[in-house]
Design a protein around this ligand. Sequence first.
Ligand code: ATP
Ligand code: MG
Length: 423
Amino acid sequence: PERKRSFAVEVVRRLREAGHRALWAGGCVRDLLIGLEPSDYDVATDAPPERVMQVFRRTVPVGVSFGVVKVLGPKGAGEVEVATFRSDGAYIDGRRPESVVFSSPEEDASRRDFTINGMFLDPISEEVIDYVGGRRDLEAGLLRAIGDPSARFEEDKLRLIRAVRFASRFGLRIEPETRAALVAMAPKLPVVAAERIAQELRRMLVHPSRAAAMRELMEVGLAAAILPELPPLVGEPSDRSGRDRWEHTLAVLEALPHDPRVPISLAALLLEASRSDPDVVERVADRLRLANVERDRASWLVARHRDLDDPAALPVSRRKRLLAEPGIEDLLVLLRAEAEASGVPAEHVEYCERYLRELPDGPIRPEPLLSGNDLKRLGLPPGPAYKEWLDRAYDAQLEGTIADREQAISWVERLVASGGGAG
Ligand code: ATP
Ligand code: MG
């Protein structure tokens, strides 16, 4: 982080030496004022992109029409995005400005979304340059749109969900006029590409403030717009705890560890809804175009969590198969969070974990004793039934019912003779 920071100072210094104005801008200024380590540094300058590319040796033009050039630092110093001061023209499709005009720092501040994101900092004199009252709002704990909130949300609807993300992440209240505009405009969020909405949702879900973020999404009406499965939980009594089903969901999110990955937090968000709506994960994943691994992991977690309602009812083979799954540790994380939200005493959770892990002898994932060739040699007609026979033989092996190949073969023979097995 120190090398990143000093490289970001260096970028400003070099632009100054070349005769330009240059300042740190946006998120990094906000983070520094709050006392957080910025994840990256952005520089704003009056140098046009072609000039930026002359001043620095290693650059990548990431959006020259928007005036953005990436400047690559030495090893370990990351990269800095250098953007020319600009004002944005009229917006098309509720997302992107049609044109941009290179301009002054003042105009550059006013095209940004929220006052806390609209400040500049001179890293050499350490002076904050604040045309939009961001500092005052930060001190008052307010998230406020720059300019007319309705107009700002209207021109770029992604800002609707960004408002909730920044407010919850920094524990800010949304200023009343900004909030009123947000509530009025919330039903329009779905005009934004699903991938962008999903990206905002992921960032909220993996952050420690995730419960506050989801509560706010519900209150301003954004949940109804993008996750319509959730509002029906409000006011419906939960049979897991004394709260309603939505408050119970928030309590599960609250109980998750600091930095869970996306599938766990998504499963936590949808766990309660899935009790009355088994396909909720798939539907949400399709709507938000989540990655297949996110969808599959979250839906596995939700389904297997239900199995653990009564762990003692799980046969040894199921327990072994569960323990051999790559998601088992995540499942236990989810189990603990849900148990905490349900007020289940810790001993019960430990019992459940121990029960799952303490198994009769034998490995969790032994080599199967039986193969398709064995079935062929027994004269069984090859076909889809093979998989089921082999599956059942493997379960019997995991249960300890069959201990070697010989036993396995006579076990299948008996199964076939009794007319059992696959039908
Ligand atoms: P984070 O730490 O989440 O990256 P950030 O403030 O750096 O926060 P970015 O999305 O990286 O957010 O954007 C950088 C800056 O660009 C913001 O601080 C804001 O000034 C401006 N900005 C980004 N997206 C928008 C937008 N949709 N509308 C207006 N200004 C925006
Ligand atoms: Mg950023």
